[in-house]
Design a protein around this ligand. Structure first.
Ligand SMILES: Cc1ncc(COP(=O)(O)O)c(C=O)c1O
Length: 398
């Protein structure tokens, strides 16, 4: 009998990290690998941010901080939301954690009693359901369609709500699909949330990586009175190429913020002191770096869109933001690849990695069979080679 708790035994490991690990192992064994598996900007953290971290160390900011983060960063986050979205938050409503993933863990820990239901539209980011389960909650997955560009419709939400529903979780722009809700679409969901008295957790980590004429709307701005039922999750990882610094945050009611701060004080004491100073420099320093990275992502997104359109049988939804393409591979399942019939996304992605050295992530990991997620947070050369490999893999199928 295992000594491991039932909750943890039932936990799925992160499929994205598993694919990235497999890709690294192949590379270590001497294979050429084109890795489109991880959602991690390939740019260096901008220099002025690194400089701020060095100065923080030199100034002796190398000790424990307040559990919910240093007051200067909490105030900077509140200022950022006021300046960019016109929402007034007090610094006490901000809790800084060790990455947005940790923020989400804190959110579900403080919101979920055993059996409380959290509605998660699929395709969803791999960690949501597992974080809800860890907190004792019950993920209720509602599948969306490529026709609605993978967006949850208000009538689907109405249908999914039960007596036990506590939270609706939204991710816009979305990992894994890149789709983004318009203010009107968010308002329609907000009406249901208000009527059914739901808390909305809105993961806005890709808010600054938006393409074309699309305009991002933060969830609580779309209707009056939403601030008190919303928890915003955000952070520096994607916007400023700071995945390793592990800084994320929430904006919520003071009640929820205090509860998260209490949990954090017992679990991790505080987020890294040095990274917190770097995050202030990110938010309050020059912002050209964000525009530059976004421009580069936009070029790659256009390239990825054109390559997908060129390959017979592949399609994807509109990528409004983030840096992922969620590619429909259904036309290429049920075929024989080198003598083996492949009929699901997991085997397809593993076959593609094995035969062409192209690492992607199976749609099943995001709650949508028949798709593969490609991250374009990687160089154009890598993308070109990866698409050539994918085209050859598909051509080989009979
Ligand atoms: C939608 C979404 N939320 C949260 C996170 C976690 O971000 P962090 O690296 O700050 O923990 C990710 C990272 O992939 C993500 O894609």
């Amino acid at each position: 009998m295992s000594v491991i708790s039932k909750v943890v035994q039932a936990l799925e490991p992160s499929a994205t990290i598993a694919m990235a690990t497999k890709a690294k192992e192949l590379r270590a064994a001497g294979r050429t690998v084109y890795d489109l598996s991880l959602g991690e900007p390939d740019f260096a953290t901008p220099d002025h941010i690194c400089q701020a971290a060095v100065e923080a160390m030199r100034a002796g900011h190398t000790h424990y901080t307040q559990a919910p983060g240093i007051p200067e960063l909490r105030a900077a986050v509140a200022r950022h939301y006021a300046a960019t979205h016109g929402i007034e938050y007090k610094p006490e409503q901000v809790v800084v954690s060790n990455g947005a993933k940790h923020s989400l863990h804190n959110v579900f820990t403080v919101l979920c009693d055993p059996g409380d239901e959290v509605i998660i539209p699929a395709p969803y980011w791999v960690s949501y359901a597992e974080l809800v389960r860890l907190a004792g909650g019950v993920p209720v997955i509602v599948s969306t369609t490529q026709e609605s560009n993978f967006k949850l419709l208000p009538e689907q939400l109405v249908e999914a709500v039960t007596e036990r529903t506590k939270v609706l979780l939204l991710c816009s722009p979305s990992n894994p699909t890149g789709s983004m809700y318009s203010p009107e679409e968010l308002a329609a969901l907000a009406d249901v949330a208000i009527e059914r008295d739901l808390i909305v957790v809105t993961d806005e980590i890709y808010e600054r990586l938006i393409y074309g004429d699309n305009r991002f709307a933060s969830f609580p701005t779309v209707r009056d009175g939403l601030v008190d039922r919303t928890v915003i999750v955000n952070g520096v990882s994607k916007t400023y190429a700071m995945t390793g610094w592990r800084i994320g945050w929430t904006l919520s009611t003071v009640e929820v913020a205090k509860a998260m701060s209490k949990v954090q004080s017992q679990e991790t004491s505080n987020p890294c002191s040095i990274s917190q100073y770097a995050a202030i420099a990110a938010l309050e320093g020059p912002q050209e770096c964000v525009a530059e990275m976004c421009l580069e992502f936009a070029k790659r997104r256009d390239y990825v869109t054109s390559r997908i359109a060129e390959i017979d049988g592949l399609s994807c939804g509109e990528m409004d933001g983030a840096f992922y393409a969620f590619v429909n591979i259904q036309a290429h399942l049920g075929k024989s690849y080198g003598g083996t019939t492949i009929d699901n996304s997991s085997d397809w992605c593993l076959g593609l990695l094995d035969q062409q050295g192209v690492a992607t992530v199976m749609g099943s990991a995001f709650g949508a069979e028949g798709y593969a997620r490609l991250s374009f947070a990687t160089s154009m050369d890598n993308l070109k080679a990866a698409f050539d490999g994918m085209a050859a893999f598909i051509d080989s199928a009979k």
